[in-house]
Design a protein around this ligand. Structure first.
Ligand code: AMP
Ligand code: ZN
Length: 116
């Protein structure tokens, strides 16, 4: 439900969150349960349930937000790489039904498993 959606509340400023980067259609914040140092989320400002619901025309802005978020958190956390993860539907581990892309900064030999 859009009215109860935590990411819609953050997008509207009803719940406070530190914004890492934003453009017209996307913004990024830090994940409250980080899997790696600097784990962040790129989130659409409008409520789309998953990547299939998102208009393809937003692709360039999505990539802009992903790139700028990854560059900033990698620099701030001295990371050497990053993973992009997008869970779609419950079977694939989606918990928040508002499309978002995980940015997971990585360091050599950190032993992190990013799936699941
Ligand atoms: P997913 O399994 O892809 O749906 O992941 C949802 C992610 O959102 C999880 O990693 C949560 O820790 C994160 N999350 C949920 N609520 C918040 C919040 N209020 N602020 C930041 N991250 C959140
Ligand atoms: Zn939403």
């Amino acid at each position: 439900m859009e009215g109860d959606c935590i990411f819609c509340k953050i997008a509207k400023g009803e719940v406070n969150s530190e914004i890492i980067y934003e453009n017209d259609n996307f913004f990024s914040i830090f994940d409250i349960h980080p899997k790696t140092d600097g784990h962040s989320l790129v989130i659409s400002k409008k409520h789309f349930e998953n990547a299939l619901d998102m208009p393809s025309s937003l692709g360039a802005e999505l990539l802009d937000c992903i790139k700028n978020t990854a560059l900033k958190v990698m620099k701030d956390r001295n990371a050497e790489g990053f993973n992009i993860l997008n869970n779609n539907f419950e079977a694939a581990g989606q918990v928040v039904n508002h499309v978002h892309f995980h940015i997971l900064p990585r360091k050599k030999g950190d032993g992190v498993s990013v799936v699941g």
